[in-house]
Design a protein around this ligand. Structure first.
Ligand code: GLV
Length: 308
């Protein structure tokens, strides 16, 4: 019985140590130097290369290191019977909510213009965008979306939300699936916090941007594939959007020749909106490892049909 850690761009020794602090008896392998594939029952993955989980004949469950699980659902090498889970912690929720709040404040106060102006040694004040022109519409009212909605609302913003199933959140007007147009009609700042599924792929498109209340702005902390990239550029160039703040991209790292880099109205961060802290997440991971060994359902288990 063993647990496999697999995340090409992260130092998994830190995770190993944190797991061993919770339970020193767990046998841990770190990809790619796996000694006994057949002993692996449980894998912890962050964006592993597709197909490398092939040949783990006793694999029973895989957990994402983060809240997103599309990298697991998209990997056909993970057999249907293997259970999937995600990690949700209070710090992940808080980090992402703070990221969104920061993006809103940066937009309202022209932060990136002042950074550019400083580089040029150029003094020129701009009127801040008033709060009443910043109705924030959150797409996706899962645990992360609800936390962001609450934080923004507590900071005095008018917040609305759109979700697949009906949600009731104090002080927040909510819309369901077939009320997308009504939701967009009231929204200035559109925030994507949706899971990536076949229904939500490409949902951030020109048609949607045009329906937003003006001035309109986009914040994407979902996944790159939610956004039709050329529609964003066209939307900004034609005034449907005043700009955008993006933390996720179709291709990551964003290639150096990508058109977004040279667009002053597009703020770019390298997928840092919410980064899982090993200390906070290991209890959940160890619990799920033990549940897997006893054949139980997992904490934060993914519904494969729903895709989240
Ligand atoms: C980050 O993108 C995550 O899914 O946790």
């Amino acid at each position: 019985m063993s647990l496999l850690l697999i995340a090409p761009n992260r130092d998994m020794n830190v995770w190993k140590e944190s797991i061993l602090e919770v339970d020193p008896n767990i046998d841990i392998e770190i990809w790619p130097k796996v000694k006994h594939k057949e002993r692996v029952n449980f894998a912890v993955s962050w964006r592993h290369p597709k197909n490398v989980l092939n040949g783990y004949s006793n694999l029973k469950a895989v957990t994402s290191l983060g809240a997103g699980v599309n990298h697991l659902l998209e990997d056909e090498a993970i057999p249907e019977h293997v259970k999937l889970a995600r990690v949700v912690t209070s710090s992940l929720k808080e980090q992402l909510a703070e990221y969104v709040l920061t993006a809103v404040l940066n937009y309202r106060n022209h932060t990136s213009r002042y950074v550019d102006q400083k580089r040029e040694g150029y003094w020129s004040p701009h009127d801040a965008i008033s709060k009443k022109d910043c109705v924030i519409g959150i797409m996706g009212l899962g645990e992360m979306g609800i936390e962001a909605a609450r934080m923004l609302s507590n900071n005095g913003y008018s917040v609305t939300g759109w979700s697949k199933t009906e949600k009731q959140i104090d002080g927040i007007e909510t819309f369901i699936y077939n009320q997308l147009n009504e939701f967009l009609d009231e929204t200035n700042i559109l925030v994507c916090m949706l899971p990536l599924t076949s229904e939500t792929q490409g949902i951030l498109n020109l048609d949607v941007f045009k329906k937003l209340k003006k001035p309109a702005y986009l914040i994407n902390v979902g996944r790159g594939a939610h956004l039709i990239e050329e529609d964003l550029i066209y939307g900004i160039d034609t005034g449907a959007l005043a700009g955008a703040c993006l933390d996720v991209f179709e291709e990551e790292p964003l290639p150096s020749h990508h058109l977004f880099w040279n667009r002053p109205k597009i703020m770019i961060t390298p997928h840092i909106g919410a980064v899982t802290d090993p200390k906070e997440a290991v209890a959940q991971i160890v619990e799920n490892y033990k549940r897997t060994l006893s054949g139980m359902d997992l904490i934060n288990q993914v519904d494969k049909k729903k895709g989240y």
